[in-house]
Write a protein that binds this ligand. Structure first.
Ligand code: PMV
Length: 327
């Protein structure tokens, strides 16, 4: 009745932004990501019949069971308790070795680790695809952290969402890319991704045009990944990111995740690229900038980022494995 799992965050190269079903958390379109070693969430789940409520400890803080994050986790555990025919409440302890809720996709590694630890503790024997579909119900991007390396999220067509899960497309050893995360603020983000994407889908005239770009972008990005064409991946990943943000910015009122420094990094990076730096950016539902580069350009890109004014810190990650159980 106890299990511990580790999962890494992932960063989308082709962005997920918008749901086709909120209750089942089904994405409106696919997405494509790289799972990152170097940052991790470790989660232990123990079902204990002596508990009256789920006891959830995140990064050393005990959550109030009536708080929104605690209710979200309890609702997720119910998705496992029901098929496992377990009534017992759970003790959940989760540690991130990187800042939580700062647009660093901690919900991805968090729900991937929780899905694996809780299903194992409950005695459910799920396939990786079933685990991915389960993790998706906690957070859309978590479905991708079940797998390592490059993976594609399939939006699926079934109303029950069973076919809305990630699939691996190239393993972590396929291409030595690195991801550097330039932290442009120390605070937590203000608009969570679910609110931001729902508001975008409800009010932005650019939402559907963005969605229409996703499938062709995934096809082109896969070709670039298979042929290790960095220039082509640069073009496709930056345009996917900017189109996602364009749809959010065009909502009513517009959702702007960037701060001034976010844009400074983008401009400086594009200028340095003109001078030969091999790197591209992507940005999620927060102000930090994630920069991808080939492994042999890592030192040059890190020095470039550390010298930029307003970059507080730079985290470095490399292609990583999918979620695994700790024994
Ligand atoms: O998994 P969520 O619901 O936090 O959504 C993630 C959304 C983005 O990070 C902005 C894009 C993505 O595909 O990861």
């Amino acid at each position: 009745m106890i299990a511990t799992a580790v999962a890494h965050p992932n960063i989308a190269l082709i962005k997920y932004w918008g749901k086709r079903d909120e209750a089942l958390n089904l994405p409106a379109a696919g997405s494509l990501s790289l799972t990152l070693a170097g940052l991790a969430t470790t989660t232990t789940v123990e079902f204990d019949p002596a508990l009256e409520t789920d006891q959830i400890n995140l990064d050393g803080h005990q959550l109030d069971p009536t708080s929104r994050p605690a209710r979200r986790i309890t609702a997720f555990l119910d998705l496992i308790r029901t098929p496992a025919r377990i009534e017992a409440r759970a003790r959940v302890t989760s540690i991130n070795d990187f800042p939580t809720a700062a647009g660093l996709a901690s919900s991805a590694s968090g729900f991937a680790a929780l899905a694996l630890a809780a299903s194992q503790a409950a005695g459910l024997d799920l396939s990786p695809e079933e685990l991915s579909a389960l993790a998706r119900q906690g957070s859309g991007s978590a479905a991708r952290s079940i797998f390592g390396g490059f993976c594609e999220m399939k939006p699926g067509q079934r109303p029950d969402g069973q076919d809305a899960h990630a699939v691996p497309i190239a393993d972590q050893n396929h291409w030595d890319l690195r991801c550097l995360i330039a932290l442009t603020t120390r605070g937590e983000k203000k608009i969570d991704s679910t609110s931001g994407m729902n508001h975008t889908s409800q009010t932005s005239p650019f939402f559907q045009p963005f969605i229409d770009t996703v499938a062709p972008d995934i096809r082109e990005a896969k070709k670039a990944i298979f042929s290790k064409d960095f220039a082509q991946l640069t073009r496709i990943a930056e345009r996917s990111c900017l189109r996602m943000h364009a749809s959010a910015i065009a909502a009513d009122p517009g959702v702007i995740y960037w701060n001034g420094q976010t844009l400074e990094v983008v401009h400086a990076l594009r200028e340095a690229r003109e001078e030969g730096l091999q790197a591209f950016f992507t940005i999620d539902a927060g102000p930090h900038v994630k920069i991808f580069c080939p492994g042999d350009a890592l030192n040059e890109v890190r020095t470039f980022l550390k010298d930029l004014p307003g970059v507080h810190d730079v985290l470095t990650a490399s292609p990583g494995p999918g979620a695994w159980l700790q024994t």
